[in-house]
Ligand binder design. Structure first.
Ligand code: HEC
Length: 268
């Protein structure tokens, strides 16, 4: 018994340290190589002013920021709402290719921004395979790290279903509409609150359905927007509705609704 526990702890520590070293290696490669030209992150309003009002004379950037690159790649490569592991691989492949064979034709950045830069020089022969893998993950994760827990991550219904089952999380399906004032209010005031975003990340997967473009899954119906459905997938693979919450709520009340739904799930 004791021994197997020891082995288990050893394995867990091993995984922990390899992730840790791996993450550090990405940062090291950034500092040693990429930072000569790419800054990590610059506040959005400053960037906008620099590019769109001052022709890059405010910041005199040599290259787009890592945060800009990370964000654009996730928007343009693969489907960010489908499988995140596949997208990570596709994005890594893009970076691995770009740093050896840079070519603006392949660029994922808006031409309005990339026009300020010369094509990146090739780094062929300067990085090992491990370096390339580490820096690719570093760049992929940068935008996520940066956005961190500031906003809710929405996923497709299919992915939410898989994830809810695998990770034993509650699926929230949020029905919204473009000119819905209370949806915007929820989005701005409640779904950006750190406590709520953190809890959502930990215990829930969230699907947002714009009723002007899509229909709700599972034959769900609403009379008003926003409406939030709380659903979980049980051992028999049945989708169990926990509750349906119409309307906009205060942070405090929404937090209570989330906590109550966790209790309700655990009781079923
Ligand atoms: C000597 C300067 C320089 C260095 C060093 C450099 N880059 Fe770049 N990079 C640029 C410039 C300039 C651009 C924008 C023009 C372009 O897309 O080629 C760019 C663009 C990119 C793009 C493509 C974004 C797009 O347009 O889609 C990626 C990805 C990238 N760099 C990653 C890296 C990584 C990772 C490193 C470090 C391993 C690195 N760069 C090192 C100058 C540099």
């Amino acid at each position: 018994m004791k021994n197997s526990k020891g082995v288990k702890i050893g394995i867990i520590l091993g995984i922990f340290f390899s992730i840790f070293l791996y993450a550090n290696r990405g940062e090291e490669v950034y500092n040693k190589v990429c930072s000569q030209c790419h800054q990590l992150d610059i506040p959005r309003d400053k960037l906008m002013k620099n590019f769109f009002e001052m022709n890059n004379t405010l910041l005199n950037l040599k290259a787009p920021t890592i945060s800009q690159i990370s964000y654009s790649m996730k928007q343009k490569i693969g489907d960010p709402r489908e499988d995140i592991d596949i997208q990570r691989m596709e994005v890594s492949a893009f970076i691995a290719d770009y740093i050896i064979y840079p070519d603006k034709q392949k660029s994922v950045l808006s031409p309005k921004i990339s026009k300020f830069f010369k094509t990146m020089p090739s780094l062929k022969g300067k990085l090992s395979t491990e370096d390339i893998e580490a820096i690719s993950n570093f760049v992929y994760d940068y935008d996520q790290k940066d956005k961190g827990s500031k906003s809710v991550e929405y996923v497709s219904f299919e992915r939410a279903l898989k994830q809810a089952k695998k990770e034993n999380k509650i699926m929230i399906i949020q029905a919204t509409a473009p000119h819905c004032r209370y949806c915007a209010k929820m989005e701005k005031e409640v779904l950006k609150d750190k406590k709520i975003v953190d809890l959502l990340k930990k215990e829930f997967v969230v699907v947002s359905v714009d009723l002007s473009k899509e229909v709700l899954p599972m034959d769900l119906r609403v009379r008003m927007t926003p409406t939030f459905f709380f659903i979980f997938v049980n051992d028999k693979n049945e989708k169990v509705k926990i509750k349906r919450i119409p309307g906009a709520w205060s942070k405090e009340d929404f937090l209570d609704i989330l906590k109550e739904s966790i209790i309700a799930k655990n009781a079923k």
